[in-house]
Design a binder for this molecule. Sequence first.
Ligand SMILES: [Zn+2]
Length: 565
Amino acid sequence: MLRSRLPTLSLALFACLALAPQPPAFAAQPPAKPRLVVLISIDQFRADYLRRFEDLFLPPATKKGVGGFRYLTERGAYHTDAHHDHFPTYTGPGHSILLTGATPYLSGIVGNDWFDRDLGRERYCVEDPESPLVGTAKKGGVSPTTLRVTTVGDELKMATGGQAKVWGIALKDRAAVLMAGHLADGVLWFDNETGAWISSRYYRKDGSLPKWVADWNGAKKIDPVFGQSWKPSAPKEAFARVWNPKNEFVSASVGLGSSFGENGHPITGGLDKPGKDFYRAFTTTPLANEYVLDSALELIAQEKLGQDAIPDILAINLSSNDYIGHTYGPDSAEVLDATYRTDRALSDFFNSLAKKVSGGLANLTIVLSADHGVAPIVGEAQRAGFHAGVYVDSVLQKLAEDALDAAFGPADWVLALSEDNLYLNLETLKAKGVEAAKAEEVAATALASSPGIYAAYTREQALHGQLPQTEIGRRIARSFHPRRSGEVMIVPEPFWVPGGLNGATHGTPYSYDTSVPVLLAGAGIRPGVYTQKVSTLDIAPTLSYLLGILNPSGCEGHVLSHAVR
Ligand SMILES: [Zn+2]
């Protein structure tokens, strides 16, 4: 019938019919929401570690369960060229980005510390005297009130009438707080002095810890580690790839010793019984990661995360990789061994997690990233012949002060150099009738002339779109907050750091500091190896999509659409 009628149709009508939209066989719809999102940030975990050490990792899955990193890279979405897009690359800003998708120019988290003009002094990024600590005799207070944008957790709480559960846990307060956000049910961090999980009144209005946390603390689970040693776990031949096997530019603190040696790193803190320096030594070993993940499993069980159809979020930071990396450097046997053990710890964690959430890993979305990478140890880099070096903050501050004295007459021109921000004394400028833009330029020219400083940019440039159209210029634009940033921002040269020749650090806009993993696996994720450049800003909107909620308020990332179902 159809065939016989065809010749009678005009060609135009035939074309129209052929192009008419056909109803799809299946309705297009977003993937089912995960029961639980677990975001794991590994502090100072540079993306290249995933390949450098891949032969040392457990297989992605066996009959016994899933592996660690390779479960994520081979059964999940592995982005091989993922970067942070802000500056400076410190812990506070790095963590503030992972679940907000917002850079510092909006979030306000311009550093671990900055100069607070209202307080008239430097401040810490999550410091809040109005939210005293809970669970410790230590003074001080902590909250997320400096974070001027919402997190994925905040949006999830609002979207579910508060029914979704949102938690954060980490050794470092700033990591846990800046990921979990404002509406979190609870955030726990580590008290170095007592080895206890603590919180603040912001999250615990009644000033007490949850009973299970108090019980866990009371059990003193870390103390049996006292007197043990951290000895290498990775196979001996694995260490042949270590670039700095001798640890010549290492000055280990809290009695850990500068290399594995015969007896490994003793975990006593140089004390005769558990105390502050012991807990600090403990946090600079892979055992602390295992402890954090064990505590996270208890949190999931006690707070009943992932138990119903309303999705929950748990944000975890493994901070020990950063403490170990700072002390021994990225090219040390210690970082290799810590990475090896982190892989095993993640595998154990994933397999326990699978049992705790109904439907197992298929109902969970796991995301793994990092707050920043790290530079090689400066002493080692210099010896290798790289243009590497050290600058001293107080010297830079004096350089600016002297230049301003020379240009406008002696006065107190500079308030502080806080991380990469130089703050000028605005009262002096006013009293002397000096135009801010002129003073900024004088200070910036002086700072940029210092060895190790690549460039110095002014507030005037940032506010008026006059930053250079380079990757660094764009990073500064994304990171300059009008109320919190200084009058001048300095950018070091590659491999130049504030401080000393020993140990390693991070903070620059260069690939070694910006390059971090972005791995996603489980519910809603399309596995694959994705080589296109992506941003850590993309994690938050991707999770918002999977959770079916609004993007966080300052989010400027994009959904990783290739990586979702
Ligand atoms: Zn660090």
